[in-house]
Design a protein. Sequence first.
Length: 666
Amino acid sequence: MSDIHGHHHEHHHGDGNGSYMGHEHHHEHHNEHHHHEHHHHHEEEGGVKGTIVKIAVAAVLLVAARLVEEFTSLSQWQLLLVYLVPYFIVGWETLHEAAEGLARGEALDEHFLMSIATLGALTIGFLPGAEPQLAEAVFVMLFYQVGELFEGIAEGKSRRSIAHLTALRPDIAHLVQEGKVEDVRPEKVVVGDIIQVRPGERIPLDGTVTEGDSSLDTAALTGESLPRGIHPGEEVFSGCINLSGVLHIKVSKPFGASTVMKILDLVEHAAAGKSQSERFITRFARIYTPAVVVAALLLVLIPVFLGESLAVWGYRALLFLVVSCPCALVISVPLAFFGGIGGASRKGILVKGGNWLEVLARTGTVVFDKTGTLTQGVFEVTAVHPEKIDGQELLHLAAHVERYSAHPIAVSLKNAYPGEQDGCLVSQVEDLAGQGVRAQVNGQTVCVGNTRLMDSIGAAWLPCEKSGTIVHVAIDGLYAGHIVISDRIKDDAAQAIEGLRKAGIQHTVMLTGDNEQTARSVAETLGLNEFHAGLLPADKVHLLEKLVRKEKGRRAVAFVGDGINDAPVLARADLGIAMGGLGQDAAIEAADVVLMDDRPSKIVTAIRLARRTLRIARENTVFAIGVKLAVLVLALLGLASMAMAVFADVGVTVLAVLNSMRCLRK
């Protein structure tokens, strides 16, 4: 446990918001069981090592005490004093916690159970006819600490797995002012300042490159291993590592709003979204512990009233207390979810809480937006079909007419014909809303646009069998051919749909504002179950609600979008998954799961991870409750020993914690 504090301080950069999940988890457990509240306050510094030393010393002293008992004839009282030395060394914190709990009037947690059980075992030997249980009492306490130690190590590991993101927090920025470079804290830099980033350094703030060429490693944000080339005029995001050249960057967002801070913020709050399993366990512990104490009291009192031996039933009641300690559940289930969130963040998938892992695991329908999600959202010329003039000339004229437009289609025409400065005279450019553009190129009237424009000037256009946006061109009223512009499907889109099918998700739907023909072509290429074309954002919400109703809450409906205009749909779905592709704030805000690189196949990874996390949490619950019930029955029948009781508590906890650690596996 002390590990928590270790990390808590380690990542505190002193500015109040740097402490990575430290408090968060801390308080989260606070309500759960003061279990982790002041735990091991005294050995925050020594951390895990301190606990190990303490356990070792107590173990040696326990063996020594056992030898003293064997080879000397000390009285019961003297032996008690000998055994109290190792008992206090190893049990002091637990007793301290239990006493504090009592003082606060919130007595019934596992510290309390452990303290009563061990103090009872130390004193039971004074009852007539009872066997002394001194060594056993120390052993229970010792083993309890071993369990706590394992838990501390495991928490540290899953915290580190999430905390690798905190390495993203840059500590300084090199501010360029009047030719001098000075190092300042990133919070001090204002929008419009120029900062310098040297090779091997992390970019501290979002901005635009003003000078320098380099390549960036975006792996920490996107999980994507290939470096991205970067040149002046391009946007860069905080958190990426500059690999080769020196860059000068004009800052576009203050530190608090930068990509890195947004991501850290998301992960900081991930622990707050409790899953149902976790909430169930918390409630369970709250009712369960008092019930156990009452049951143990009845165990002693009823037989004694019936004239049974207090010694025998007192011992059974003690075993009962040790066995029924709920640590295994209280620790391992939240730990599984914590580990699941950590494991996902390593793969560039940010899950905003354990509750969303649960929804991911029961997803039955995945709805995709088309542009920017299944396709690149980058338009390019894919075919040129000229009539009466050659293809190059057709592109040439179209690019000239579209010269002043910033529309994606105009941009793709200009990219296809880059030789813009070729001395052609372009004049009288007019935009015809909903139809296209008309201009004079070297004295000829050139019209570039859709079929409505061709009809209005009487040019006999020809249809095209290819899917995409068809741009028709006419010269002086005569049809000159058309150009096909389409959006590239992402490389791994087909693989994503196939992966979902293999994972048992049969229903995949695509929603798009694009025309029917383009939509059909994409849906057929990818093998989607259904698609809806020509939708406005409001229609998307409407269709999504229909799908959610159809599932009637049995299985979840997930919507995957790239977020610019998808925020309302993301918010309406049972689970909103955003293509976070760096820098799209609206989507990252509205979504429940963010894929940091824009690869749809990551959805399959996320669903598999979520299912595994839930399976592990379920295994822990069944296993812990099963073993405890078995040993309780044996204890009541008088067949259980203290060693069995200790296994049923601490052994089970250690196994459950180890099982939860599987969530972190690659």
